[in-house]
Design a protein around this ligand. Structure first.
Ligand code: MN
Length: 397
């Protein structure tokens, strides 16, 4: 598929991608746009439809999967056929000239724990005397409910959180800024079409409800987390901030990235069988510009379709704007680990950076970027963009 828009050679933002975002042109209010090459298309103007004049994707996402398909076809037509060029060209802005914001109003936020390698690594570090996996792990996608109100746009500064933790050998906890601030490289799935209470979403209805995919950095304070998480799970060690990428890549753009899911042993219960939504995404984690890891999403044990089926099997409903994230994406080898916790083995084996400095956990001023790409149609590439954040010093206590 070709377009009359000047898309740089090798760009992953060609007409096979067309991710949605929310942007503000200079001096103008936010609106919904589609990215093509290094430009963004004003959809309210191009399609003459006020649903895209909103400051979030939510009203459009709520219109449902048939409508998402129609709009995608219309946008492809506008950007492919020269006859539309004169009119549509006026609705394009260079991405560099606009401000990108949070693409959707986040309703509920769930975070999973679906990488076998990540779960085993964490189990070995946090519970060295036990089996790394708890007995439930291979039977259900383990997750927790997070804090949607602190899901922030890429680029939002991350203030080092304070909290309590217990130092090794101490009886009493200490209080202060976290000393073990970490990242988690994750893939997030965005619900467009809601479900009804007491009506579970089967694995094979995934694409009717899920609109698209973003990248997530689930910032984590490991010292706070380690002290608080027993027995109810992650809480303040996670809730201070989660960053997401500005472009929501629609599921339709990821057709060529669909692969056979990894074999699950034992076979899960019937409601978790099928729903082949494994995706061949390659993540890249950069610390101050230097690549420190390339986590393979293809290796995830539980798929997003299984996660959605599990999340609703008890009758809980999902809403437009719900975000559920995969859990840290980690592969089998060190260069594929999606957290500093694993990359430095809980701080015992520091990373050596190109400038000779070392890192265990994040320092003030550090900038972390998570990017990802997927195979596109033919030899093409789908770019998922990136999510970035810089650590600011803790507030005075
Ligand atoms: Mn996480």
């Amino acid at each position: 598929m070709t377009t009359w828009v000047a898309v740089p050679a090798g760009s992953g933002f060609g007409v096979d991608n067309l991710p949605y975002g929310v942007y503000s042109p200079p001096g103008a209010p936010p609106r919904v746009g589609v990215r093509i090459g290094n430009h963004v298309l004003d959809l309210a103007a191009a399609l003459d439809d006020p649903v895209f004049a909103a400051p979030t994707l939510n009203p459009f996402m709520a219109q449902g999967s048939r409508r998402w398909r129609t709009v995608r076809e219309q946008v492809v037509e506008l950007l492919s056929d020269e006859r539309h060029r004169a009119r549509v060209d006026a609705a394009l802005s260079p991405v560099a000239a606009v401000v990108l914001s949070l693409p959707f109003a986040v309703a509920d936020f769930v975070d999973y724990y679906s990488s076998l390698h990540h779960a085993c690594n964490v189990g070995r570090m946090f519970r060295p005397d036990e089996e790394p996996l708890k007995p439930n792990w291979r039977h259900l996608p383990v997750g927790y409910h997070g804090r949607s109100g602190t899901v922030v746009a890429s680029g939002t500064p991350i203030v080092r959180p304070a909290g309590q933790w217990r130092a090794p050998g101490d009886d009493a906890p200490s209080f202060g800024p976290t000393r073990r601030l970490d990242i988690e490289a994750e893939v997030g799935f965005v619900v467009g079409s809601p479900s009804r209470m007491s009506q579970p979403v089967p694995v094979d209805r995934f694409a009717e409800h899920v609109f698209g995919v973003v990248l997530c950095n689930d910032w984590s304070a490991r010292d706070i987390q380690a002290w608080e998480y027993v027995p109810l799970g992650p809480y303040l060690g996670k809730s201070f901030a989660t960053s997401i990428s500005p472009w929501v890549v629609p599921l339709a753009a990821l057709d060529a990235a669909r692969i056979r899911p990894v074999a699950q042993d034992p076979e899960p219960l019937p409601y978790l069988r099928g729903g082949d939504w494994a995706l061949d995404l390659t993540l890249e984690v950069r610390l101050n510009g230097e690549v420190v890891s390339r986590p393979p999403f293809a290796d995830m044990y539980w798929t997003a379709a299984q996660q959605l089926a599990h999340m609703t099997v008890n009758g809980a409903s999902v809403r437009t704007g719900d975000l559920f994230a995969s859990g840290t994406v980690s592969g089998a080898v060190r260069e594929q680990r999606g957290s500093l916790l694993e990359l430095t083995w809980n701080g015992t084996d520091p990373l050596v950076l190109a400038d000779g400095s070392t890192r265990t956990f994040l320092e003030d001023g550090d900038m972390v970027t998570i990017a990802a790409t997927a195979p596109g149609a033919g030899a093409g590439l789908i770019d998922l963009g990136d999510v970035t954040g810089t650590i600011k010093p803790a507030r005075p206590i």
